[in-house]
Structure formats: structure tokens, C-alpha cells
Design a protein around this ligand. Structure first.
Ligand code: HEC
Length: 270
């Protein structure tokens, strides 16, 4: 009898705790951390890599190779970065593939055709479906001063596989005037989000917050403002984080997920 009373008192306490947390999203501060047991998933490689794993691993190198590969960040500005054209970007960021070619792989013809990331450098869509050897040759030319200590040949093969097999023309689902998502099946996206992403992000996408200070950056905020960047994160995962990715899902399903997450709450009070 007394145990039943205690159980229902506990149930009541749990219910009010749940109510309290859903009224205000429970935010954690360090979403990037991962445990020792996840080191292999985050930075290592499987013994028999699938094409889907290889594409996602290459996509994370494209995003930020030193975070993806657990290396030291490069020192100073990339010597081939066009500092005379863009004076805003300096330091380690200029070594990221995405900084010159864009999150949408379209370089000067895409999202980076204007604004603080403009370089005038071409995109990489022209090498979609190209043989990986031809892509690796480009990645070892003078436009790309990466040493083998920075990115090894085996790792370059992953990036090349991503360039050959992992790209998509984002004009399929992003309005380039407003930089917002304009395609996808929200209900299918809801199903994917609730069964996969919500494990870490919560059902309303506010269990993780990348905002600094008083600013709140939830997955909904990011998807509404930077859909091209978020598409890379959902396809390949965030470099250095124990995050799942949708590389084994079709691009259509990833677009469906974008449609759903771009209408999640963007602020703490929504
Ligand atoms: C500092 C700027 C910069 C960075 C960073 C950079 N690239 Fe490039 N990349 C270039 C330039 C410049 C070219 C030559 C573009 C041209 O032909 O007009 C190029 C060409 C390419 C091409 C050939 C495109 C084609 O159609 O011929 C590919 C593929 C490519 N880069 C991939 C990458 C990848 C992958 C990374 C990261 C490992 C990377 N780039 C990092 C500047 C950069």
C-alpha cells in the first residue's frame, strides 16, 4: 500500500517536472562533447566502410577537416586564400573547403555569390560523378596546400568520394533570394525527426542550444537561417560530435526533414 502511495507521489513529481521542462526548453551547454567510447564513431573508420559512411566521412572533412580528423587546427591564414578580395575571413577558417566552395558547393554562383564569405572562387558541382582519382588530383594541386599530415591520401579519397557521390543542387529546395526552404513533405520530415533527431534535440528541437550569451540557436533557428549549412550537418553530421547522419537516406528524405525542421521554434519563448 505505502509503496503504491510512494509510486504515485513519484509519478506526480515526474509529471510536474515534465510540465516545467516543456514550458521552457531544457538547454544543455556543451553539445559538442563526446565520450571515450564514441571516439571510433566520431573520428575513426569502420573495417569495411560502406559507400554511405565514406560519403558522410568525406562531407565532414569538407566541413572542417581538423575537427573531423581530430588533428590540430592549422596555424594562420591559408596562403592561397584570396585576402585581397575578402578581408573579413582570416585564420584557420580559410582552410575549410566550405569557406571557398560554399555549403551549397556552388562557390561564387551560390549562396556565397555575395556577403562576408565571397571569394569569387568557382563551385565544385562540375566534378559531380567524376572519377575519384581525378578529384584527388585537384585536391593535391597548388590551389590546395594540404600536407599529408593535415589530410592523408586515404582521407582525401573520402573527400573525393563525397565530391563525386555526395553533392546535391540545393536549388531543388532552397529559395536563393531569401535563403529559405521551399520544398519537402513536412509530415515525412516530422516522422524522421521524431524517431531519430529528437533523441538528442528533443521533440521541439530545443534540447540543444548553440547560442552564445543571451542568443538562442536551436536546430529550428539554424534551419530557418542557414538551410544550406544544416543540410550538410544532417547529411554528414557535425565534425567532432557524436551525431547521427542521414547519409543512408535519400536526398528526398533529407529535404523532407529540412521542410520539418525549418518550421520548428526559433526562439526560447516561441
Ligand atoms: C582557399 C580557397 C580554397 C579552399 C579552402 C579549397 N579550395 Fe578547392 N579550389 C580552389 C580554387 C581556386 C580552385 C580552382 C577553381 C577554378 O578552376 O576556377 C579549386 C578547385 C577545386 C575543385 C575542382 C573543381 C572543378 O570543377 O574543376 C574541387 C573538386 C575542389 N576545389 C575541392 C575542394 C575541397 C574538397 C577542399 C577541401 C579539402 C577545397 N577544395 C578547399 C580554392 C579552394
Amino acid at each position: 500500500m505505502s509503496s503504491i502511495v510512494r509510486t504515485s507521489a513519484l509519478a506526480l513529481a515526474l509529471t510536474s517536472a515534465t510540465l516545467a521542462t516543456s514550458a521552457l526548453a531544457q538547454v544543455i551547454a556543451t553539445p559538442q562533447e563526446h565520450g571515450e567510447h564514441q571516439q571510433e564513431f566520431v573520428h575513426g573508420a569502420p573495417q569495411v566502410p560502406s559507400l554511405e559512411w565514406t560519403i558522410a566521412a568525406g562531407g565532414r572533412i569538407y566541413d572542417n577537416w581538423w575537427e573531423a580528423l581530430d588533428r590540430d587546427a592549422p596555424e594562420g591564414t591559408n596562403p592561397v586564400y584570396p585576402v585581397s578580395i575578402n578581408t573579413e575571413q582570416t585564420g584557420e577558417g580559410t582552410w575549410r573547403c566550405k569557406e571557398c566552395h560554399g555549403w551549397d558547393y556552388q562557390g561564387k554562383d551560390g549562396i556565397y555569390r555575395k556577403g562576408s564569405h565571397f571569394t569569387g572562387i568557382a563551385g565544385i558541382m562540375g566534378m559531380q560523378d567524376a572519377p575519384v582519382e581525378a578529384i584527388v588530383a585537384k585536391l593535391r594541386d597548388t590551389n590546395h596546400p594540404y600536407t599529408e599530415e593535415m589530410i592523408s591520401d586515404a582521407e582525401m579519397l573520402r573527400v573525393a568520394t563525397f565530391v563525386s557521390k555526395g553533392l546535391i543542387d540545393m536549388r531543388r529546395f532552397i529559395d536563393y533570394e531569401t535563403r529559405t526552404v521551399n520544398a519537402g513533405d513536412v509530415e515525412r520530415g516530422r516522422a524522421i525527426f521524431q524517431t531519430i533527431c529528437a533523441a538528442c534535440l528533443g521533440f521541439d528541437g530545443r534540447a540543444m542550444d548553440w547560442g552564445a550569451g543571451d542568443a538562442h540557436n536551436f536546430v529550428g533557428t539554424e534551419a530557418a537561417e542557414l538551410p544550406d549549412e544544416v543540410y550538410n550537418k544532417i547529411s554528414n553530421a557535425h565534425p567532432g560530435a557524436a551525431m547521427v547522419n542521414l547519409s543512408a537516406f535519400t536526398h528526398d528524405d533529407r529535404i523532407n526533414l529540412m521542410a520539418y525542421i525549418s518550421q520548428l521554434p526559433v526562439g526560447i519563448d516561441d
